[in-house]
Design a protein around this ligand. Structure first.
Ligand SMILES: CC(C)(COP(=O)([O-])OP(=O)([O-])OC[C@H]1O[C@@H](n2cnc3c(N)ncnc32)[C@H](O)[C@@H]1OP(=O)([O-])[O-])[C@@H](O)C(=O)NCCC(=O)NCCSC(=O)C[C@@](C)(O)CC(=O)[O-]
Length: 306
């Protein structure tokens, strides 16, 4: 008789659409539209929404409205609103904007680190030290994000040791949560488990999150594979929005509607209302003038229409 691995009974879905999802849009999305999106997502029940990014507007112009967005959203009690902060300049802006969580973002790939944040991995960790200290001093949550943990658009393979090393460094900085990110969506299920297991040797598995882009259509399989090894936090973007400005060809994050459909089917609690997420996906897709890429979202819309 075969025994199946026990899956977590409950997961946290971190909605990253307003940041990771929109950051790569060529046309400026008005702050009011971003605010309306975040508010819809808050009402749908997310406990964590990545709403802003305090990076150089020359590097990522779409995120230049982050202060305005954070000032205008309606905050739901109990929901963590996160912001990316590559350095102290970003941290000060996040603090002033009343972010609940700041995200330092590094990479397991040297090449990607240079392209994305203009410094080596070691330099980035040194830069993050002051941000981490300031987060603790100000009582903010601290999250560490590790790009290219499963492969890099510039250097190709990324060794497991490199992932373990950055996880340990993020842990030592005092991160409350660490994201293991498949920036270009190249991982497959067994590889995902190997990487997650290496990460879990360095950090508590229940505070590791899986951040999967769906470039090769593997994201849901990678999420299921991660569940099997005890990961219970996942990032996703409503309507499957997204792509990274420094990873050409990378498509969006896995669509939130698809992840919710999977979790609902598995009987895993999320606390999120899928119908409201579908509505939010339709709202932003209409604004962007294209169809949502969420398979479950589009199927549910078609079903509603009869
Ligand atoms: C990190 C830097 C700033 C270094 O960029 P740099 O040019 O090395 O920085 P610098 O300190 O020399 O500053 C240069 C200029 O940027 C300004 N500046 C400096 N810092 C800030 C700031 N915080 N906010 C606003 N402005 C800032 C600074 O004031 C100065 O302005 P100037 O004097 O030329 O007018 C730059 O490389 C940058 O902003 N990179 C952002 C890259 C980015 O946002 N990438 C996308 C997000 S990561 C991602 O998507 C991956 C993830 C997390 O989703 C996981 C995954 O899927 O892999």
């Amino acid at each position: 008789m075969s025994t199946q691995p026990e899956l977590p009974k409950k997961v946290k879905i971190v909605e990253v659409g307003p940041r990771d999802g929109l950051q790569n849009e060529k046309e400026a999305v008005p702050a009011a539209v971003k605010v309306a999106l975040v508010d819809r997502l808050s009402r749908a029940g997310f406990l964590n929404i990545e709403a802003a990014s305090f990076v150089s507007p020359k590097w990522v112009p779409q995120m230049a409205t982050s202060t305005e967005v954070m000032a205008s959203i309606t905050r739901r009690e109990g929901t963590i609103y996160s912001a990316l902060t590559p350095n102290m300049q970003g941290f000060e802006a996040a603090l002033a904007s009343r972010a609940d969580e700041v995200v330092i973002f590094g990479s397991a790939s040297e090449a990607f680190s240079q392209k994305n944040i203009n410094c080596s991995i070691a330099e980035s960790i040194a830069r993050f030290e002051s941000v981490a200290r300031a987060a603790k001093d100000n009582g903010l949550r601290l999250r560490g994000s590790i790009s290219c943990a499963f492969g890099c658009p510039y250097q190709g393979e990324v060794p497991l040791d490199a992932v373990a090393d950055v996880v340990a460094r993020m842990r030592d900085l005092g991160c409350d949560e660490i994201d293991i990110a498949d920036t270009i969506g190249v991982s497959t299920a067994r590889k995902t488990q190997a990487v997650m297991q290496v990460a879990a040797q360095e950090f508590h598995v229940d505070r590791i999150s899986g951040h999967f882009h769906d470039t090769y259509g593997q994201a849901l399989a990678n999420i299921y594979a991660s569940l099997e090894v005890g990961v219970s936090i996942f990032h996703s973007s409503v309507a499957g929005l997204g792509g990274c400005p420094y990873a050409k060809g990378a498509t969006g994050n896995v669509a939130t509607e698809d992840v919710l459909f999977l979790m609902n089917g598995l009987g895993i609690e999320t606390g999120i209302d899928i119908d409201q997420v579908v509505d939010a996906g339709q709202f932003i897709s209409q604004h962007l003038g294209r169809k949502a890429t969420s398979r479950a979202g589009n199927a549910l819309v078609a079903k509603r229409a009869g």
